[in-house]
Design a protein around this ligand. Structure first.
Ligand code: PGA
Length: 252
């Protein structure tokens, strides 16, 4: 039985004060939730305060990115070791905004997955196709290539805590959510690819979550699909009420 993961991706939103205001409303609202793992991914500067507040709750904390080295001359970067030291236990890797805006390749993403595992940070690996790839019938090929290029050098044991986030780029921040059928067939395909890459058991246990315009109004239907094990939520996670609605509204 895979425990659902509902993760907030705050992107470049919320100052430290705004993060604290969010938590003071949100934490009491979800204090009784035990059916799903809740993760918040704040901007780096808000990580210490979010980690501190969430320490005594069931909420886990993720970074939104890492560098692949543990330290070194890399101006402006943050390492897995630093995230771990501040109290984060997950990290988002390969978000499409990082791929598109910062030129991150599958090779770089593979190195970041390696760095995360080396520091016992659980990777949330994002994959997904563009609208053009979707329209030209290449979506599944893209998903397979992204998985293969990022995960081939790992053993099944190393990937026990892997979470894969399927985020079709055409659905991110656009309001065009994938239909539940579309999400299910993509997730089933991802699981099939994973079973070849990491073995049947690790693939069966891997949480594959959906991201792309998840809102309180559509979350339940998408998350009720058999291979959809949760959600990565951007815009709708910025408001404590709507993020809570997604969490409580998808409880079976
Ligand atoms: P969205 O973002 O929910 O605002 O579409 C999701 C994401 O980019 O992770």
């Amino acid at each position: 039985m895979r425990m659902p993961v509902i993760a907030a991706n705050w992107k470049m939103y919320k100052t430290i004060d705004e993060a604290n205001t969010f938590l003071s409303e949100f934490v009491p609202r979800v204090s009784n939730v035990s059916y799903a793992e809740i993760i918040i991914s704040p901007p780096f500067l808000a990580l210490p305060t979010v980690c501190k507040t969430c320490q005594s709750t069931r909420i886990s904390v993720a970074g939104q990115n890492i560098h692949w080295a543990s330290d070194g001359a890399s101006t402006g970067e943050i390492s897995a070791k630093m995230l771990r030291a501040v109290g984060a236990n997950h990290v988002i890797i390969g978000h499409s905004e990082r791929r598109r805006l910062f030129g991150e390749s599958d090779g770089v993403i593979a190195k970041k997955v390696r760095a995360a595992i080396g520091e016992n940070l659980k990777p949330i690996l994002c994959i997904g196709e563009t609208l053009e790839e979707q329209e030209s019938g290449k979506a599944l090929e893209v998903l397979q290539r992204q998985l293969e290029n990022s995960l081939t050098s790992f053993t099944s044991a190393e990937l026990t805590n892997l979470v894969v986030a399927y985020e079709p780029i055409w659905a991110i921040g656009t309001g065009h959510t994938a239909t539940p059928d579309h999400a299910q067939s993509a997730h089933a395909y991802i699981r099939e690819c994973l079973s070849i890459l990491v073995g049947v058991q690790t693939s069966a246990e891997c949480r594959i979550i959906y991201g792309g315009s998840v809102k309180p109004v559509n979350a339940k239907e998408i998350l009720s699909q058999p291979d959809v094990d949760g959600a990565l939520v951007g815009g709708a996670s910025l408001n404590p009420e709507s993020f809570e609605e997604i969490i409580t509204g998808t409880q079976p």
